[in-house]
Structure formats: C-alpha cells, structure tokens
Design a protein around this ligand. Structure first.
Ligand code: NAD
Length: 480
C-alpha cells in the first residue's frame, strides 16, 4: 500500500492495513480527504495484545508524566482547533464553527482529566478487628476498548481516551469508518507524547469486523461504546458473555417542553438550536417539541420565521448555519422518516426539501411537522435528522407525561418562567440530563453525561463520575 494511506497505530508503530477506504466529504463529493487503512481481525487482535503490554508500563508512570501527556494533548487540540475543526467539518458535514468548537471542547476534556490525575485520593478505615487498618484505592481497570460514532468524531474519542489514560489504562480505539481523519489526527497528536509503546492504539475499520473483535475479546477489561441502540445491544450481549465491564451511550428521542408562560424568543432559540444544530445529528437533539395549547400557534409561527433565516449549504463557507447530512445512507433514512411522518398524519409546515448547493453533497432543508402525536413512528424512533415534530398538549401535566412516554431518556428540556413547573420538571423528567430554559443539546465537559432507559447502560461518562468505569477499587487490610 502506498505511503499516501493514513495508517493504523499499533504498538507505537504506524501500520499498513490489508485494505484502505477513501474518505469522501459529504458536503462535496469531489473532495477526497484521504485514504485510510482498514484493519482486519488480525490487526485488531495485535492492537489488543500491544495494549496489554503497554498498560503494564503505563500504570507505573508517575502522576506528573500522565498530567504532562494529557495537558500537551489538550494544548495542541486547542491551539489547532481551527485547522482540525475544518478537517472535522469536511469529513462529517458540520459547520466550521461546530467543528472548531468540538475540537476546542475535546482539548478541554484532556485538560480536565489532566487535573483529575492529581486528584486520586483513596480512603482509610479502621477494621472491626483491633490492630488492623484498611485502605481502599482505585487502580486502572486495564485495557479499555473504545468504539465511537461518526457524529462527534473528535469529542466522543476525547471524552473516553482522556479518562482512560488519566487513570493508567491502555486504549484500543475503533472510530466510525465515516470519519477516520479526525481520529487519525488525534492519534497523531497522542503518538508524539511520552507514552510506552502499546498504551494507545488506533484500529480503523468496519464495525462488524474490527469492532466485533474488540467486543468479544477477553483481554479487554472494559469496553466503552457510543453509537446506535442496535449496535449497543450487540456490545452489551458480547461483553456480558465474557463478563467484561461495559458502558453504552446510545440514541434518544429528546423533547423540549414549551409552556404557555415561556419567554417566546428564548423558547424559539432553544427549539431551533436544539433540533437543527449539527444538522439534527446529535444524540441530544430535540426531535420532539411538546407545546401547550395557549402558546402553540405563536410558537409554531415564530419557529417557522426563525427557520427561514437558517442558511443551509456547504459547511466550510462562512455564514452557513446548517451543513450536510453525513452520508447517502443517512440521507435516505431522513427522507424515509419524512415520508413516514406524512403518511402517519403529520403536517409538514416547513422544509424537508433536498437542496442543491454549490458543491455536490447531501443537503436537506430542516423540517418542521405539526399536528403530530406521540405514538407516531417519527416520535418513537430516533431519526437522527434535521426533523422536529410539534406535539400539542393541554397543560404541564400532559407535557411531562408525553416527554416521559418514550423508550429513551437522554436529555429533556423545558421553557417556562414558572419556578413551580421548572422544579417539578427537574425532579420528574425521566432523563439523565435536564435543561431549564436551555436547548436539550449542549453539555459541559466537567460534569457527568448520560441517560436512562435505552439511551445509556452502565456507569456514567465524564466528570468525576468517569472513574467508576475506568478504575477498579482495591481494599487492603494491614496488620502492623
Ligand atoms: P453505529 O452504532 O452504527 O456505530 C457506532 C460504532 O459502532 C462505529 O464505530 C461502528 O463501526 C461500530 N460498530 C458497528 N457495528 C458493530 C459491531 N457489530 N460490533 C462492534 N462495533 C460495531 O452508530 P453511528 O451511526 O455511528 O452513530 C449514531 C448513533 O450514535 C445515534 O444513535 C446517536 O444517538 C448515537 N450517539 C450517542 C451519543 C451519546 O452520548 N448518547 C453521542 C453521539 C452519538
């Protein structure tokens, strides 16, 4: 294979794969970003073996070395946010601002966990047996397998890799095949740090082959996955078979509730930003807009006016708000959900058209449906599309019940000026994250993130809570 192929990174070496794929921009089909190696099962196994060895060295590293490595990765991501954000935007389809913002936030994850390295405290206790002392401390879980989706190519990697390394683990990372360039760029930064060979490994390739090796391996001690519910279930079953610790972040069907007393302008910004930002391809997107009848008509009219101002087009152009749909398959799925929503009685009041931009790519005008009910397929399944559906309800009680009537539970939002309703919502929304007068999308890097029901499984990600997944607790009894 020629040197122009971006290679996998295994045991501290850049390694050719048995094959390669072309990475083509969804916003400009003539833009070939590069050719990326595809690992096979043998390479995935080699990466796991390398990680087993690398971890034994890395766990001996001093805290200051770990701190320095994580800080350096974070510094470089932040310094190169525009360049790497552009690369991310080219391969994923999100706008330049969204791409740069994601890379910046990824740097912040590394900085945050650099600080966590220095905060590794244990506990001591007296034994029930006189003369015996007890200490509990956290140790690395071992080799962490990381499988990530295409919609946040850098950030999902960062929020898993940073705590994995901070707590002394080795990593085998399999990114989504639609977005290898961002994963490769982050790996290249990591490859220049003071890490023992094998501590960090990148294996690009198809989920069914490379991912399959990771999820069935007995040498992986913990597997963290972000992606669809369908794949997540497979990961859970495979890892459970080997009693391997697993953490899943999956899809959702998030809702934003808008009550009669909401600040209308803010509610419109929350709805439009939350539903259509990132071309609606966010696990936190507000695909359901649950609106009480007193504000319904004003809200819908204002949302349509706001949507008219959204510029859809090539995401690399200044002034564009909504970039491209990720690929042909996602576009086909979006159009299928549009037709289904119409067939089930939804009233399409704005958008939904396939758009031609100056470059050939997958562009779709964000769509708004009204007159939908919560039992329609479009309000049950995650479309992962720039499609939002308004569900009209009588009052707050019906709004809350509707929000909770779903198999998912990642984020839930409410727009209201009422402390009483906001407080009740905060307590009773069955979601992992609650947003009051804020969009359902948009979370911080220093606090836990995750959901309930079919949205998440296993210990929480991010913030101090991440240590539950990335460490194991050891209890030691000592008689002096
Ligand atoms: P996906 O499930 O198709 O793929 C996710 C990853 O799993 C990819 O790397 C893929 O190659 C791999 N994979 C596929 N089949 C596999 C198998 N059999 N064994 C092992 N690995 C396999 O998901 P996607 O389309 O890339 O991402 C979109 C989904 O991700 C949406 O459902 C979205 O809601 C979800 N998501 C969730 C969060 C969150 O934090 N909750 C964040 C971002 C995205």
């Amino acid at each position: 294979m020629s040197n122009s192929v971006f290679r996998n990174y295994i045991a501290g070496e850049w390694v050719e794969g048995p094959s390669a794929i072309a990475n083509i921009s969804p916003s400009d089909l003539s833009d070939v970003i590069g050719h990326y190696a595809q690992a096979d099962a043998a390479q995935a196994k080699a990466a796991i073996a390398a990680a087993v060895n690398g971890q034994l060295e890395w766990q001996k590293s001093g805290l200051e070395q770990r701190y320095a490595v994580l800080m350096a990765i974070g510094d470089e991501l932040i310094a190169r946010k525009d360049e790497l954000g552009r690369l991310l935007a080219r391969e994923e389809g999100k706008t330049l601002a969204e791409g740069a913002g994601e890379v910046y936030r990824s740097g912040q994850f590394f900085h945050y966990y650099a600080a966590e390295v220095l905060r590794q405290m244990g506990e001591t206790a007296d034994s029930v047996r006189p003369g015996v002392d007890i200490e509990t401390r956290r140790e690395p879980v071992g080799v962490v397998g990381i499988i990530t989706p295409w919609n946040f190519p850098t950030a999902t990697g960062a929020w898993k890799i940073a705590p994995a390394l901070a707590f002394g683990n080795a990593v085998v990372w399999k990114p989504a095949n639609q977005v290898p360039a961002s994963a490769w760029a982050l790996t290249e930064i990591i490859s220049r740090q003071q890490l023992p060979a094998g501590t960090f490994n990148l294996v690009m390739g198809p989920g069914a082959e490379v991912g399959d090796v990771l999820i069935h391996s007995r040498d992986i001690n913990a597997l963290t996955f972000t992606g669809s519910l369908e794949t997540g279930r497979k990961v859970a079953v495979a890892t459970a078979g080997n009693l391997v610790k697993c953490q899943l972040e999956m899809g959702s069907k998030n809702a934003l509730v808008v009550l009669d007393d909401a600040d209308l302008d803010n509610a419109v910004e929350c709805a439009v930003g939350g539903a259509y930002g990132g071309t609606g391809q966010k696990c936190t997107a507000s695909s359901r807009l649950i609106v009480t009848e007193g504000i319904h008509d004003r809200f819908v009219a204002a949302v349509i006016e706001r949507m008219k101002k959204l510029v859809v087009g090539n995401p690399l152009k200044e002034g564009v708000h909504i970039g491209a749909v990720a690929d042909a398959r996602q576009m086909e799925s979006n159009l299928k959900y549009l037709e289904l929503a119409k067939a089930e009685g939804g009233n399409l009041v704005y958008g939904g058209e396939v758009i031609t931009a100056e470059t050939e790519g997958y562009y779709m005008q964000p769509a708004l449906f009204i007159d939908t009910t919560n039992d329609m397929t479009i309000n049950r399944e995650e479309a992962f599309a720039p499609i939002a559906c308004v569900i009209k309800v009588k009052d707050y009680a019906e709004a809350l019940a509707t929000l909770n009537d779903t198999n998912f539970g990642l984020t839930g939002g409410i727009c209201t000026e009422s402390l009483k309703y906001a407080t009740d919502f905060k307590r009773n929304a069955k979601t992992g994250c609650v947003m009051v007068n804020l969009p359902t999308a948009g979370t911080d890097y220093h606090v836990p993130f995750g959901g309930r029901k079919d949205s998440s499984f296993g210990p929480r990600e991010q913030g101090t809570y991440a240590k539950e997944f990335y460490t194991v607790v050891k209890t030691t009894y000592i008689r002096a």
